[in-house]
Write a protein that binds this ligand. Structure first.
Ligand SMILES: [Zn+2]
Length: 185
């Protein structure tokens, strides 16, 4: 492949990723991080491909990604949902579960690959969860809390040996949310 072809392919991949992320209502800052596009360019893509389309319900989100982690661990149902999404991130190669040292890590991906694989994980979660409650930016916050800040980790259940997302600073009873839900149901 010639250098110019390569550049063109990369530029197209970034553009496609930006469209994909806008479709998920990712915040501008998150799209910038993955594509390297300017805010102005993202605004124009949104204006051309979303804003003026008939029946458009996609909104452009600005501001910062939410940072709280309580929405991932406050109840067994929320914890099970965060676990499902977290496992899709592992499967997509975005997060390494780090079961040997207890802490998840981010994988070595460039920003474009990270964005693409993150979208793969988020779309799998949306397709397979019957009532997905976590939006794209919640999902990005989950990624950050697991693999960057390590405020959350993958604990392992004493009953079923499955892994689940847990608050690093919470008391852990080694019961995954799925076993909890089964016991309470
Ligand atoms: Zn379990």
């Amino acid at each position: 492949m010639r250098v110019t072809d390569n550049r063109y392919a990369t530029e197209m991949a970034k553009f496609n990723l930006a469209v994909r992320m806008i479709g998920h209502e990712a915040r501008t800052g998150t799209i910038r991080r993955c594509t390297g596009f300017s805010e102005d360019r993202i605004r124009k893509i949104y204006g051309t491909y979303f804003k003026n389309r008939r029946g458009n319900t996609v909104k452009r989100r600005r501001g910062k990604t939410p940072r709280q982690i309580t929405c991932f661990v406050a109840s067994s149902r929320q914890q099970s949902e965060a676990t499902l999404l977290g496992c899709f991130m592992v499967n997509a190669g975005v997060v390494l579960p780090g079961l040997s040292d207890g802490y998840p890590h981010k994988t070595r991906l460039d920003n474009l690959q990270l964005g693409e694989r993150f979208c793969d994980a988020f779309e799998a979660y949306q397709a397979l969860h019957p009532e997905p409650q976590l939006c794209f930016e919640n999902a990005w916050n989950l990624y950050r809390a697991l693999a960057v800040e390590q405020e959350l980790y993958f604990a392992s259940c004493a009953l079923c040996q499955g892994i689940y997302v847990q608050d690093r600073y919470a008391l852990d009873y080694r019961r995954c949310p799925f076993c909890e839900l089964k016991a309470s149901g």
